[in-house]
Design a protein around this ligand. Structure first.
Ligand code: HEM
Length: 469
C-alpha cells in the first residue's frame, strides 16, 4: 500500500463521520476540492496538540496522514509502527531539521548521525552511567536546598523558571564539579531565546525581513551559549571525577576542546531543560491535588523523614515516582519526535518514499483513551503495583525509544524524585490563577508565567534545616 492511500486526518471542526475518540475507518479522506492544500499546516503551528490527539485515533495501518505541504507527512500512532521507526533496525530514518541546532551545539550525540553519532553515543552512555546516577542524588539535593532557601512564601513562584535554575545548577555540578563563576541566569536566558527562535524559524513561514530579526537574535544567543561553555571547558582543571574529566580522559584519541564543548553543551541542555519542565508540571499537578500531595508526604515521612533522599531511598517511595511518571504522561516535554526517511522504507506495511517526514507523538499516544482510562486526568495510582505492565511498550515513551532513546532517563528519574521530595518536605503548595494550560515550542511547557504558591511548612524550609552537601 502506498502512503497516499492513508486517509487524511479529519479537520479541526469535528468530522460528523468520525467524532473525536472514534477511529476513522480506512478509505480515502476528503478530496482535494474540500479544503485548500496544506490544510494542516496552520493547525500544526497554532494547535498542534489537538491535531496530534486526533491523529492518534485516525488513519490506518498505524499511520495518519497530514496535509502539510507537497511531501509525505505521517503521524505514526500505533505501538508496533512506532517501534519500527524508533528502533530503526535498517538505519533508514534520521533526525531532520538539525541545522540550526548544529550551529548552537556543534556535532554531538544529539545532532549527528552515522559513525560520528555512534561514538558520541558511547561517550554519552558512559557519562550518564550508573556511577554518575548514584552520585546525582547528593548533588541534586544540594542544588535543590540552595534554591529552596529563596522560597519565602511571600510571592507566587514562576515554577518553570525556578525548576530551570535548579536543574541547570545541578547539571553543571555533575558536568564540571561546580557552578561557581558560571552565569546561570544569562545561560538560561540565552537558551530560551535559542529555543524560541528555532521554533519560530522552523514552524512559521514569515516574510524574510521578519525572519532576519529572529536569525540575528538566534545568532547572538547561540554565540553567547557556546562562549560560556567553551570558557568552562578551557578552564576546567582536568583530572577531576566529573563528567568533563571523564570526557577528557576517555580512552582512544583525545577530544579537542571544541569536541568536549559540543558534548557538554548537548548534555547541559538535554539534561536540564526537560527535567525542569517535567518537575514544574509535577509540582503544578500536586498543587491542584491536595489529597495526592498528602499521601505522597506520608510516604516521604515514612521513607526518609526530613533528611535528603539517597538514590536507594527512591525505591521506597513508589507514589512519588508515580507522580513524576504521571506528569510525564500528561505533559511529555518531548511532545513529538521527528524522523525523516533517508531512503524508501515500509512502516506498517505501507510504502513510504525517501524524504518523508514521520511524527511520533508521545503526547498524542499518552493522551489516548485507547491506552489510558480517563486520559486527561491526573491519576498517579495507575502506575502503582505494576499497573501498566501488560501494555505495549510504545504507549508510554516520554524518553523516546530505540537506538536514540534518552541516555539520561535514570538521571532524570533520580533528579525528579529528589527535587519533589525536598519541595514536599519543606513546603505546602497551592495553585495560583487559571487552570493549567500548556504552551508548545520545542518542548511542552507550562504557559509562560504559570505560578504556584509554596508556603514554608515549618519555621525553617528544607534548605535551612539540613545541609545535604
Ligand atoms: C524528564 C527528563 C527527560 C526527558 C523527558 C527526555 C526525553 C528525551 C527524548 C524523548 C529523547 C529522544 C529524542 C529523539 O529520539 O529524537 C532524548 C534524547 C536524549 N536525551 Fe533526554 N530526556 C530527559 C532527560 C535527560 C537527561 C537528564 C540527559 C542527560 C544528562 C538527557 C540526555 C539526552 C541525550 C544526550 C539524548 C540524545 C540521544 C541520542 O540521540 O542518541 N536527557 N531525551
Amino acid at each position: 500500500m502506498n502512503w497516499k492511500a492513508i486517509p487524511l486526518v479529519s479537520g479541526a471542526a469535528a468530522c460528523p463521520a468520525h467524532p473525536p475518540g472514534r477511529p476513522a475507518g480506512p478509505g480515502p479522506g476528503p478530496g482535494p476540492g474540500d479544503e485548500p492544500p496544506g490544510r494542516h499546516l496552520r493547525e500544526l503551528r497554532t494547535a498542534p496538540l489537538d491535531l496530534l490527539r486526533r491523529a492518534a485515533h485516525e488513519g490506518t495501518h498505524g499511520l495518519a496522514r497530514l496535509d502539510a505541504g507537497p511531501g509525505a507527512c505521517l503521524v505514526v500512532n500505533d505501538p508496533a509502527a512506532i517501534d519500527v521507526v524508533l528502533a530503526d533496525r535498517d538505519a533508514v530514518f534520521f533526525k531532520p531539521k538539525m541545522e540550526l541546532w548544529k550551529r548552537v551545539l556543534g556535532e554531538n550525540v544529539l545532532t549527528s548521525e552515522g559513525p560520528d553519532w555512534a561514538s558520541s553515543r558511547r561517550r554519552s552512555v558512559r557519562i550518564t552511567g550508573a556511577r554518575y546516577v548514584r552520585r546525582a542524588a547528593r548533588i541534586v539535593a544540594g542544588a535543590a536546598d540552595e534554591r529552596l532557601r529563596h522560597w519565602t512564601g511571600t510571592d507566587p513562584l514562576d515554577i518553570h523558571e525556578e525548576m530551570r535554575s535548579l536543574t541547570l545548577a545541578a547539571t553543571l555540578r555533575q558536568l564540571c564539579g561546580t557552578d561557581a563563576d558560571f552565569d546561570l541566569r544569562a545561560f538560561s536566558h540565552h537558551l530560551r531565546t535559542v529555543m524560541e527562535c528555532i521554533h519560530a524559524l522552523e514552524s512559521a513561514p514569515a516574510a524574510p525581513a521578519e525572519h532576519d530579526d529572529v536569525r540575528r537574535e538566534f545568532s547572538r544567543a547561540a554565540t553567547e551559549l557556546r562562549t560560556s561553555v567553551l570558557n568552562l571547558v578551557a578552564h576546567h582543571p582536568g583530572g577531576r571525577d566529573d563528567l568533563i574529566g571523564l570526557l577528557t580522559d576517555a580512552p582512544g584519541e583525545p577530544l579537542t576542546v571544541r569536541q568536549v564543548c559540543d558534548e557538554v553543551l548537548a548534555h547541559l541542555i538535554a539534561g536540564h531543560e526537560s527535567t525542569a519542565t517535567s518537575l514544574a508540571w509535577a509540582l503544578l499537578l500536586l498543587a491542584g491535588d491536595p489529597a495526592v500531595t498528602e499521601r505522597v508526604r506520608t510516604e516521604i515521612d515514612t521513607a526518609v523523614g526530613d533528611r535528603a533522599p539517597e538514590d536507594a531511598d527512591l525505591a521506597r517511595m513508589p507514589l512519588l515516582r508515580a507522580v513524576f511518571l504521571e506528569a510525564l504522561r500528561l505533559y511529555p516535554p518531548a511532545w513529538t519526535i521527528m524522523r525523516a526517511t533517508g531512503r524508501p522504507s515500509v512502516v506498517g506495511g505501507v510504502r513510504i518514499p525517501a524524504g518523508a517526514v514521520l511524527l511520533v507523538s508521545p503526547y498524542g499516544v499518552q493522551r489516548s483513551e485507547r491506552w489510558f482510562e480517563g486520559p486527561d486526568e491526573f491519576r498517579p495510582e495507575r502506575w502503582l503495583g505494576g499497573g501498566r505492565n501488560g501494555d505495549p511498550k510504545y504507549t508510554f515513551f516520554p524518553f523516546g525509544g530505540g537506538r536514540r532513546s534518552c541516555p539520561g532517563r535514570q538521571l532524570a528519574l533520580v533528579t525528579g524524585g529528589v527535587v519533589l521530595t525536598r519541595v514536599l518536605q519543606g513546603f505546602s503548595l497551592a495553585p495560583v490563577g487559571d487552570p493549567l494550560r500548556a504552551a508548545v515550542d520545542i518542548i511542552l511547557r507550562p504557559r509562560p508565567g504559570t505560578r504556584l504558591r509554596a508556603t514554608p511548612r515549618q519555621p525553617e524550609p528544607a534548605g535551612h534545616r539540613k545541609e545535604s552537601r
